[in-house]
Design a protein. Structure first.
Length: 115
């Protein structure tokens, strides 16, 4: 089982990034997918989630209207489009796949928002 995040980097405030999480080793379409983030000295927090079919999405209040989660079940990939980035969005971003009691995590990708 692997979840591999990519797309992180350094961006100026107001900029955009698109994170990707490529999955392998399990039946991707059966799993709900989520993006979490963890800033230094803070707990890991849920950013956005999407149901197995893609029909339901949820967002943290802090990112609502700026971030969009999506998935491509044919390509076993989940995305996080991040617009209007703020310094407080700086964190390591992780994707998670979950089905019943089974959870898989990626290794994370660093996002830094700074001028």
């Amino acid at each position: 089982v692997q979840l591999v995040e990519s797309g992180g980097g350094l961006v100026q405030p107001g900029g955009s990034l698109r994170l990707s999480c490529a999955a392998s080793g399990f039946t991707f379409r059966w799993y709900d997918l989520s993006w979490y983030r963890q800033a230094p000295g803070k707990e890991r927090e849920l950013v956005a989630s999407i149901s197995s079919t893609g029909s339901t999405t949820n967002y943290a209040d802090t990112v609502k209207g700026r971030f969009t989660i999506s998935r491509n079940n044919a390509e076993n990939t989940v995305y996080l489009q991040m617009n209007s980035l703020k310094p407080e969005d700086t964190a390591v971003y992780y994707c998670k796949a979950e089905s019943s009691s089974i959870k898989y995590w990626g290794q994370g990708t660093q996002v830094t928002v700074s001028s």
